[in-house]
Design a protein around this ligand. Structure first.
Ligand SMILES: Nc1ncnc2c1ncn2[C@@H]1O[C@H](COP(=O)(O)OP(=O)(O)OP(=O)(O)O)[C@@H](O)[C@H]1O
Ligand SMILES: [Mg+2]
Length: 290
């Protein structure tokens, strides 16, 4: 198969793992930087020009679109799709998962359990939501944060006002969320390929940190998932219209709660912790389906 991996960096761990797994299975695979693609529509034909080369229509596109390139990246994915090439994750799936509130709306709408979450266009309203509903501490998240940056634990009124001011001035939209204290400093990362859980780990935050992201110093360990956790993770990925994704879950008193679905999940942490060759799982899935 002719496979294009859309990625900004050939040296990124996840990109190079998927690339080498595809090569090993004798696929014709290329890494294409989506930000260097020029898109043409001419006489109803969709053309992608990459460094002066007109790209052939691939048999499959694997998007690895980072959060800083969501808009142009998904536009490139859509261009390939309109060209007639199948894509592993669709532009709308990537879009749905990238916006934390939109993804929670879609999930809760299909009865997937999530933490209580509030969104207001007006941060003065947010103050009222805190007073009436959330209390302290609560979680504040930038709508399109990643790697734990933009996720804050707000402990009192002074901190809340400081944060609201900061985000108002920066014109950044934020969501407010109930703090799941009982699972403090931990979360589950479940890696889904197709309709299957291929690997899972528990991430544990470093001391003095409530965010368990590996990029924030967290460490991973193997974990046994409950039936409920497997089931909601698989359903969540399907609801958002994705095929390959990382689902983040908190174990709360009320049961498993999904906080996020990631459409370009990293491979390094999960392969290291579980020993599962996730990249090979992705290529095997592609061979079966396409
Ligand atoms: N409601 C919550 N209660 C307790 N802890 C939370 C809550 N929401 C997030 N956290 C902690 O903060 C971490 C980061 O939050 P989240 O996954 O929402 O954003 P992100 O990691 O920045 O986004 P991405 O996974 O796309 O990089 C989580 O992994 C979890 O450890
Ligand atoms: Mg996360």
């Amino acid at each position: 198969m002719l496979i294009y991996i859309l990625s900004r960096g050939a040296t990124l761990y996840s990109t190079s793992r998927i690339y080498r797994a595809a090569l090993k299975r004798r696929h014709n695979v290329r890494i294409i930087d989506h930000m260097e693609c020029d898109l043409l529509i001419e006489d109803g034909r969709f053309i992608v020009v990459y460094n002066n080369e007109v790209l052939l229509k691939p048999d499959l596109v694997i998007p690895r679109i980072g959060s800083s390139a969501t808009v142009y990246g998904t536009t490139v994915v859509r261009h390939f799709q309109e060209m007639g090439a199948p894509v592993l994750n669709t532009p709308s799936g990537i879009f749905n998962s990238r916006d934390k509130f939109r993804s929670l709306q879609l999930l809760a709408g299909q009865n997937i359990p999530i933490p209580a979450t509030y969104f207001s266009n007006d941060l003065h309203q947010a103050e009222r939501i805190v007073k009436r509903k959330l209390g302290y501490p609560f979680i504040l998240k930038v709508l399109e944060g990643t790697q734990g940056l933009g996720v804050h634990l707000i402990k009192n009124e002074i901190e809340a006002y400081q944060m609201f001011d900061r985000f108002s001035i920066a014109n950044k939209r934020v969501i407010l969320q109930e703090f799941i204290e009982e699972f403090k400093g931990k979360d589950l990362r479940i890696f889904i390929v197709g309709n299957k859980v291929v690997a899972a780990m528990m991430r544990i935050a470093s001391a003095d940190e409530f965010r368990s992201n590996i990029h924030r110093g967290g460490s991973g360990q193997r974990v046994v998932l409950s039936e409920e956790e497997r089931e909601i993770a698989i359903r969540a990925v399907k609801i958002l219209g994705l095929q390959v994704a990382g689902v983040d879950i908190l174990r709360s008193k009320k049961g498993a709660l999904i906080i996020e679905v990631n459409s370009s999940p990293g491979l390094e942490g999960i392969e290291g912790v579980t020993g599962v060759e996730v990249a090979e799982e992705i290529i095997r899935f592609i061979e079966e389906k396409y």
